[in-house]
Design a protein. Sequence first.
Length: 374
Amino acid sequence: MRARNRVAGLLTVLSLAGCSSEPAPPDAAPAPSTAAGPATSAALPPRSFTLVATGDVLVHQGRSLTEGARQPDGSYDFAAVFAGVAPVVQAADLAVCHLETPVAPPGGPYSGYPAFAVQPEVVDALAGAGYDLCSTASNHSLDDGFDGLVRTLDTLDAAGIAHTGTYRSQAEADTPRVVDVAGVRVGHVATTFSLNGVPLPAGRPFAVDTFAVPDVSGVLADAAAARAAGAEVVVASVHCCAEYDHEPTAGQVEAVRTLLASPDVDLVLGHHAHVVQPFERVEGEWVAYGLGNALAEHATRGHDTEDSVIARFTFTEGPDGRFAVSRAEAVPVQIELGADAVRLLPADPATAGRVGAVLDARGAVAAGLGVVPG
């Protein structure tokens, strides 16, 4: 998205520079018309953009992922992990990730479950794969304290990735995250149902956006603020509720339906389950209840945690000026755990079949979801 917007802005500047407000000289002849009839203005096509979103990014320590990414100088390079899915991510106008864990300082110390502080180089790999924006509110947001939270946001900033859900200051928390996507203003709000029992930092209640399932009143307030700041589309990332269960909980469903009933929320993206959960169309709007793992190494869980999906939604402006999803797609993905490396790859037929069955458990395909290869 970043390069495309810079090009679009440059073209606009060049176009304006080539125009003149001076009238034509009196003897200037009008340009001949090649039209067969009276001149008409061609109708501009409706504005449109495509968003992709993926699941949880966790870097477990001491396993194939970190060992395969370790470089001779002690640094880490995770670029190869994402290479297999990067073309799908890069083809979108807006690519959204979910960075579930804080990052450690370069060189560590690093830690994994239950309190993560992971290699900051994973953020460089996310940027290289084409991600533009990350949600950061999760049950692990404060695993490395407030310092780890700040470090994570600083690292995302340095990589050119926007973020929402965790904040360094009250002013930052009060400022809606709205980004320009192919000329459309898109707002992003994020929240988590848990901090694993870790209290919010003393004197910093703003640090993480949280909610108590199914009360999403705070999320709705944030979405309304994004609308007031000019967002034409608002996406909500919700981190909850039960792990390793393909079926969303009753509270999760209630929270999602409340969000989608609001005129301020256009799409809901779910995280935390570490397995794929269904997509559903609710009163014309879409939810991905759980996008599974985008990158993780749950070595004892089997294919459930290695099956994944890339959600892809195309938004198009209607005659009333409001945007709606005109195309909903899901790209099945698999996390390949090798002996000395981890790779994200387009799904093989068996994986695609499993993922597709889960996605359709609430009637998504009949409602218009296309399950497509990467």
